[in-house]
Design a protein around this ligand. Sequence first.
Ligand code: 2AM
Ligand code: CA
Length: 262
Amino acid sequence: MSDYLNAAVEIARESGALLAKLFTQPMEITYKRRSDLVTAADRRSEAMIVERLQRHFPEHGIVAEEGGGHSAPSEYCWYVDPLDGTTNFAHGFPVFCVTLGLACRGEVIAGVVYDPTRDDLYTAERGGGAYLNGRRLQVSRTEKLSECLVATGFPPFATNHDLNIKFYFRFTELSHGIRRCGSAALDLCSVAAGRFDGFWELKLNPWDKAAGSLLVTEAGGHMSDIQGQPFDLLGDDVFASNGLIHDQMLEVFAEIMAQGAK
Ligand code: 2AM
Ligand code: CA
């Protein structure tokens, strides 16, 4: 493991332990906007992560969801979500994680996702494979959409819920079913681990997908946007799959978008 990944793992475990502790205590929810929740856990976890990253890598930039990062004249930038799955966390639904991804000149080179409720640690480095608790991950080998389990999400304040509901409806008919778990980073890990054959979401931030996207590609999967264009860390929508069903799912996205355009 590189020094980058070693540090990220140590920091993710420490902030994950903090999240697990705060999860059992009464929590105060505040709102960034209506139905866009934030808790003290988001802020405390972020403060801890940013402090640790700055100590390890003072020359690196940091972009963190709650605004605690800082820019730096560096080609290295950390994308940090101190708590992915905040709505789940706030409702006591134990599906959340902490995730850190390191990009060099815009390309993700290392990533970690830590799920403290299961003590599951997902790690990846570019060219070095993807791992869950040290075990190598491989995407599924499902070739037919009709035999797939897929996932999506509906972030608060995405403007295109109508379109995603249409995708949701159609993929429910065409596959084994859809899961909507509320943590994009963990959804991407489930693609990497072969549990989900595909996952898409229409409006995600770079910190939600930096580490997870590397896990998917290092596990042999494919990343793009929903029109099949190359994956863009700074883009809105994201589509991950095992690669084998990528074109079948792209056709469905295209068909539904064409109907909307008529
Ligand atoms: P969060 O829990 O860190 O807020 C759920 O569909 C996914 O969308 C989660 O990963 C969630 O991350 C993310 N999300 C929440 N609010 C969002 C927003 N305003 N824009 C983009 N993604 C968001
Ligand atoms: Ca978050």
